[in-house]
Each structure stands twice: as structure tokens, then as C-alpha cells.
Design a protein around this ligand. Structure first.
Ligand SMILES: CC(C)=CCC/C(C)=C/CC/C(C)=C/CC/C(C)=C/COP(=O)(O)OP(=O)(O)O
Ligand SMILES: O=P(O)(O)OC[C@@H](O)CO
Ligand SMILES: [Mg+2]
Length: 251
């Protein structure tokens, strides 16, 4: 049996210590000013973000990924690729969420992209984090591109059925995604039901814009939350989100 990689161990330790994980999602397409990115990411780092996720659905190239990762290279927290497709894989990162979009109607997003990516990931010596990706509610661009049959916000049982299937297939994380900029996040009730009846670690993202909501989602059982848009539109608020979830002890 293969031993876990550095990034997986780091995340697992945070979870075991009851420390909520915060992922700062940087969309390389939105990066126009490298100095500004440097200033903002430095503040996120100092506030205690746990890791950087780097990715976007539209308008992202490997060159843009590399430029963003170059800015992030000196932070001693993991830089993790959040891939919308196989062209965003770069050896400059530490790891990638090796995701299967479980509720896609398109086999490409369920297993095709993963087969095309696997040897590239190995050659790049990237750590793969086994992750089920499940799109809920609004779904955003990811739902459209990924041809997802979205899980309704008010159907936690359906989400639980996917979570258990993912867990039984050996995935360690399930990313519940409401979509970038979603008007409503995944609901606490769904998180509560899925986390209490399955053993998979929940990452929750999409539409998280306030410390109160972030805290609520962590208290409901999210092991990690992701914020993307709010970093771009109001980085001070993103900092408040990071600070507020650190006050929650989830053990
Ligand atoms: C394992 C590998 C290499 C690939 C998996 C590919 C899969 C399963 C993709 C799922 C479908 C998809 C399109 C996911 C998008 C994930 C993502 C990077 C979301 C964040 O981007 P947004 O913020 O929505 O992007 P925009 O801001 O460009 O809309
Ligand atoms: O940009 P936001 O709305 O924070 O969403 C983050 C992430 O879940 C998108 O894939
Ligand atoms: Mg985005």
C-alpha cells in the first residue's frame, strides 16, 4: 500500500487536530497585477489560510497557472491545483485535487480526464489527492462545463448517497460545490447529514462571502471551506472569514 504524501498528511493532521481548513482559491485568469496578487496572498497567508488552490474554469492556461505559482512559491503552505481540465497540470504545484465529477453525465469528467492526466501527474511528481467532486444547487460555470446533473440544495439524502459511494470507492475528500459566485452556498443541513452519516472529509465551496456563513458551514461539519470570489472582490472580508473559522473547534 502506498504511503500518503506530504500534502495529504498535512491536511489530515489539521483535521485530526480539529482545525478547520481554509483554502484560498486563486483564479489565474483574474490575475492581472502580479504585485497586487503578492500583497493579497501575503495577507491571506499571515491570516492563517491553510493552502492555496489554483484553478479556474474558463480562460486559464498553463502559462497563467505557472505565473501564479511563481508568485506563491515562497509560502510554506501547499499549493494545490484545482483542475477544470488536463491542460492545467504543472510541476510547479505541490499537489492536485485528483477529482472525478461524480454527478456528470459526461464520462470524460467522471474518468476520461483522469486517465488522460494520470501519467502526466506521475511524471510531474505531483501528489494526487483523491477527491470526489459533487455539484449542488446553482452550480455555476463548473456545472455547465462539467455537464452535471446538479443535486438540489434541499436534497441532502441524494448527496449522502454520492458521499457513501465515494467513500466506499476509497476517495478521501468530497468537494460539495455550489459553483463559483453562487447566490446561495451549500446548505448547513446537507453538510450536517452527509458528515454525520459518512466518513468522507467534506470540502465546501461556492458563494461563501461572510464569516457568519463560513462559521455555520464549519460547525455543520465541513472540514474545509473554499473562498474564491470574495478574495478578488473584498480581500479584507476574506481575511475575516479565515480568522473567524479558526475560532471554531470542530473536534
Ligand atoms: C483530474 C483532472 C486532471 C481533471 C478533472 C477534471 C474535472 C473532473 C473537472 C470537473 C468539471 C469542472 C469544469 C470543474 C471546474 C473546477 C474549477 C476550477 C472551478 C473554479 O473555477 P471557477 O471559479 O468556476 O471558474 P471561472 O471563474 O473561470 O468561472
Ligand atoms: O468563488 P466562490 O464563490 O468563493 O467559489 C469557490 C469555489 O467553490 C468555486 O469553485
Ligand atoms: Mg472564479
Amino acid at each position: 500500500m502506498k504511503t500518503k504524501g506530504k500534502v495529504a498528511n498535512y491536511l489530515q493532521k489539521l483535521i485530526e487536530d480539529g482545525h478547520p481548513i481554509h483554502f484560498s482559491l486563486i483564479d489565474p485568469e483574474k490575475v492581472t497585477d502580479i504585485d497586487l496578487l503578492d500583497r493579497v496572498t501575503s495577507r491571506l497567508y499571515k491570516a492563517g489560510t491553510s493552502a492555496f488552490l489554483i484553478g479556474g474554469t474558463l480562460g486559464v492556461s498553463k502559462e497563467k497557472m505557472d505565473a501564479t505559482l511563481t508568485v506563491l512559491r515562497n509560502y510554506d503552505i501547499p499549493k494545490i491545483i484545482f483542475p477544470s481540465n488536463i491542460n492545467l497540470i504543472t510541476e510547479k504545484a505541490d499537489a492536485l485535487l485528483f477529482m472525478s465529477l461524480l454527478n456528470s453525465d459526461d464520462l470524460y469528467y467522471v474518468i476520461g480526464a483522469q486517465v488522460s492526466a494520470s501519467l502526466i501527474v506521475k511524471l510531474a511528481k505531483l501528489e494526487a489527492i483523491p477527491t470526489g467532486y459533487l455539484i449542488v444547487g446553482h452550480g455555476g460555470t463548473a456545472a455547465h462545463i462539467g455537464r452535471a446533473r446538479v443535486i438540489p440544495y434541499d436534497n441532502p439524502e441524494l448527496a449522502l448517497a454520492y458521499a457513501l459511494a465515494a467513500e466506499y470507492m476509497g476517495m478521501e475528500y468530497l468537494y460539495l460545490e455550489a459553483g463559483s459566485g453562487a447566490p446561495e452556498t451549500v446548505r448547513p443541513d446537507m453538510i450536517r447529514i452527509v458528515s454525520s452519516s459518512s466518513g468522507i472529509n467534506l470540502i465546501v465551496g461556492g458563494g461563501i462571502r461572510s464569516p457568519e456563513r463560513a462559521t455555520e458551514l464549519v460547525k455543520a461539519g465541513a472540514k474545509a471551506i473554499v473562498t474564491g470570489n470574495i478574495i478578488e472582490s473584498d480581500s479584507e472580508r476574506a481575511i475575516k472569514i479565515i480568522e473567524s473559522i479558526q475560532k471554531v473547534n470542530v473536534s
